[in-house]
Design a protein around this ligand. Structure first.
Ligand code: HEM
Length: 350
């Protein structure tokens, strides 16, 4: 009897292991959205980001133009109600970040790039890290990583029919196109809001979950400028201006505001803003203290991977962070291997 039972229970545990492994793989494939035949891969996404003139060797495959900074995140303690992450306990935490432009061209003229971004890494004394990368539009251009890929392909085609077909298949792009056309430009990285757009889950000390998005809102008053006037200020005006502003006027500040989803809010689609009346909690202030050199500075070898999160924050059902994580990693690996094409100067050159 024992003999008869043993193989059965042995088989049973194998089946269980297979189920666990299979379940894990299925969950991963679901979250990441990769790996099914014919679907996206990090390589295909990188190929779609690559301009016809070739890849920006040694540089980030997107948001390639930028300028690094160091500073502090000053937590006011209010975030502790939403997440037990150490970074929300009242106190000061070192911050490393990068203002940047949403382009694959590290030499792009500032006035030609609509989307501005900010990468940020906040560390706490327990060795935890919170990495993120945010942009200035109030919602993302598309609903899914696949649609982002399709947008890159369509917008790279000369035939205007390609964009028409894309918009027909992805109507959520309409509001983003309207934002791009009508939102005022500013003449400074300091005057922009930076929105996380993707949703994440905060877990509080009692184990309660809260799905949130966050934004950094500037304390500097935005001063609108026409695209033509920005162009007249020079191709690299934004990095020159921010360097000069911090040097002469001192540290710059942004308030970090988290917005809590109500049940039923679209947590898996960053192209859909949540209603304005959602609960907002100001959790602290980003203080930019020093502009650092881009080529030789501390951001060069950083991957602002939005899936690197401290305990108390985790990804939600939003498919973007997992997709972004795998593409950012590929981009990082490529640029690190191409260091010879973007040699360090050893001289401080912001
Ligand atoms: C599937 C969609 C996306 C893809 C494929 C993608 C791709 C990339 C890549 C390849 C990089 C360069 C990474 C590196 O080499 O370190 C990058 C950087 C960046 N991305 Fe994305 N991205 C996506 C979505 C987003 C979204 C939704 C946001 C904002 C909410 C965003 C904001 C940024 C910012 C601010 C940076 C610059 C970070 C830095 O300074 O290093 N991206 N992206």
């Amino acid at each position: 009897m024992n003999q008869g039972k043993l193989p059965r229970s042995g088989l049973g545990s194998l089946v269980l292991i297979a189920a666990v492994v299979g379940g894990g793989a299925a969950a991963f494939a679901y979250t990441a959205g990769w790996f099914s035949p014919g679907r996206l891969t990090p390589e295909r996404m990188i190929a779609a980001l690559t301009p016809p003139s070739g890849p920006p060797l040694g540089h980030r495959r997107n948001h390639a133009k930028g300028i690094c900074f160091t500073g502090t995140f000053e937590a006011n303690g209010n975030g502790a109600e939403l997440s037990r992450a150490r970074v929300f306990a009242q106190g000061h935490y070192p911050a490393l970040g990068r203002f940047n432009l949403g382009t694959a061209d590290p030499n792009a003229v500032d006035a030609t790039v609509r989307v501005r971004g900010l990468g940020l890494l906040i560390t706490t004394a327990d060795g935890e890290e919170w990495r993120m990368a945010m942009i200035n539009p109030p919602f993302f251009a598309v609903s899914t990583p696949q649609a982002f890929h399709d947008l890159l392909i369509a917008s790279g085609k000369k035939d205007p029919e390609a964009m028409k077909a894309f918009i027909q298949a992805n109507p959520e792009f309409g509001p983003f196109a309207a934002w791009a056309k009508t939102a005022p430009w500013t003449g400074s990285y300091a005057e922009e809001p930076y929105n996380g757009l993707n949703s994440f889950v905060f877990t509080d000390a009692g184990g309660g979950d809260h799905t949130v998005r966050w934004s950094l809102l500037p304390s500097a008053q935005p001063i609108p400028i026409s695209q033509a006037d920005l162009e007249k200020r020079g191709p690299d005006y934004l990095e020159q201006e921010i360097t000069e502003r911090v040097r002469t006027a001192g540290p710059l500040r942004w308030t970090m505001v988290t917005t809590v989803a109500d049940p039923g809010d679209p947590t898996a689609d960053p192209s859909k803003a949540w209603p304005e009346n959602r609960r907002k909690v100001e959790v602290g202030t980003l203080i930019v203290q020093r502009i650092e050199p881009e080529r030789d500075g501390p951001c060069r070898d950083i991957n602002f991977d939005p899936a690197v999160l401290p305990q108390g924050i985790r990804v939600s059902d939003d498919p973007f962070p997992a997709a972004r994580s795998s593409v950012y990693r590929k981009s990082y690996d490529l640029r690190a291997a191409e260091a010879r094409d973007y040699p360090r100067t050893g001289t401080a050159k912001p």
